[in-house]
Design a protein around this ligand. Sequence first.
Ligand code: 03F
Length: 209
Amino acid sequence: MSLLLDNQFKPLPLDKSVDTRSFLEAVSYLPSFFDCLGSRVFGVIKSDISGNITKIKAEYVKDPERYVTLQDIVEAEREAHSGQWPKVGATLALMWLKRGLRFIQILLQSLADGERDENNPNHIRVNVIKAYEEALKNYHGWLVQKIFNAALYAAPYRSNFLMALSKGEEVKEEDCLANVRQFLVNYTATVDAIYEMYTNLNAELDYTV
Ligand code: 03F
């Protein structure tokens, strides 16, 4: 079976609230994926993503009945830390996690749409650069942009990347891309809903690291 379809995100309810427990469960599979990418530079990214998942989970387990949706957590932090909010706790962790999720979404969507560099058809650099420019670059100063460049050159070949998404099984490229498209349905809806929540609550920050 495909890695992606084993770990699908849940469909959203009509009010587009994101259930905290299902969200944490679905994102918990992402960090292990970086181990298949075969370069140590991905370790930095893996620990950033895992760190943010851990921070959100730490808040959730304090009171799962109160924090049913992600918005419940963000709003509770707004009340508790009015001075520093939104640059605190799970609110800040989710702000950054959602950018990483958006990066993954744009990368997968671009691959599914067949965008590629005709001169290097087995590279995914055009797809990675697109995702970076749309999801992360605005929030990165020159040093982190340099880390991105290192990661870009460590990016796997398209065929290996698609195979990693299929748990290393030899599946046909078209089948793998069909799985990616299927995975993206609930995934994209979830990421969009989190972005919308940050806009509605005025919780988005644009500082660079
Ligand atoms: C800020 C910042 N986090 C951190 O400082 C930077 C870390 C390194 C970022 C390097 C950029 C690399 C880009 C990716 C290139 C990948 C090439 C891919 C080839 C496949 C925040 O950190 C903290 O998070 C927050 O907790 C803290 O409190 O100011 C705050 C304080 O600082 C970031 O910029 C987030 C970076 C997220 C990167 C996500 C990249 C995902 C890469 C690959 C995805 C592969 C696809 C997987 C598909 C799996 C499907 C199942």
